[in-house]
Design a binder for this molecule. Structure first.
Ligand code: AMP
Length: 218
């Protein structure tokens, strides 16, 4: 799942994983969790993340290789936030070839930049499970605490400062946009508007993948 910062990749990837039964793998979440636990990976990644810069390709490729080796990812997975650069895309191709698997789809969510900045400024996360919320677009039930952790007060993400947001867009334009172009050239890219509500975008993604929503299947 590709797309600019704030486009809703995480929220949609999580729902798509439920629909498809694939393991949800968010590299941003893995890094935030590692940073919160101050592991060597977390300490290495924290600085780049808070500044809105991408973490080194070699670190990310090693991390995804390890994560994909876990049992839940064997049959299939939904990747959110990886690959993000051309070398990461090449590494994913190599990893998939080793596993005898192929990409079913490369989805790219698109939203106007003004709207993205508005979304990023209102973004909140649970300090315990790192689930993503938004002040107006995707509030928790009581607007203050995580739905799954009633004692946890939602907080803004550390990399959503104005400066870091600016840098993340720049990183997207210079490093991720060429990857999007290469998937387009290979005929793999499916672009979906991320402008509607969470449910509308979810249904548009399912249509693009020719999947029937789970509720309609049961
Ligand atoms: P995300 O939650 O996907 O927006 O990721 C948050 C931050 O984690 C990014 O701004 C990067 O600093 C870092 N990050 C996540 N995935 C990657 C990746 N594939 N390559 C490099 N940095 C990443």
């Amino acid at each position: 799942m590709l797309g600019s910062p704030g486009v809703g990749k995480g929220t949609q990837a999580r729902r798509l994983a439920v629909e498809t039964g694939g393991a949800p793998i968010s590299t941003g979440e893995i890094l935030r969790d590692a940073a919160a636990r101050a592991t060597p990976l977390g300490l290495e990644a924290r600085h780049a993340m808070e500044a809105g810069r991408l973490v080194d390709d070699a670190v990310m490729i090693g991390l995804v290789r390890e994560r994909l080796a876990e049992a839940d990812a064997r049959p299939g997975f939904v990747l959110d936030g990886f690959p993000r650069t051309v070398p990461q895309g090449e590494a994913l191709d190599a990893l998939l070839a080793e596993r005898g698997q192929e990409l079913d789809a490369v989805l790219c969510l698109a939203v106007e930049e003004d709207e993205l900045v508005r979304r990023l400024r209102g973004r909140l996360e649970c300090p315990v499970c790192l689930r993503a919320y938004h002040v107006t677009g995707l509030p928790s039930r009581d607007g203050v605490h995580c739905d799954d952790h009633p004692d946890a007060v939602l907080r803004p993400r550390a990399d959503d400062s104005a400066e870091a947001i600016h840098r993340r867009f720049e990183e997207y334009r210079t490093k991720t946009a060429p990857l999007v172009e290469s998937y387009t050239a290979r005929g793999l890219l499916r672009s979906v508007s991320g402008a509607g509500s969470v449910d509308e975008v979810h249904r548009a993604l399912l249509r693009e993948l020719n999947l029937t929503p789970r509720v309609e299947r049961t």
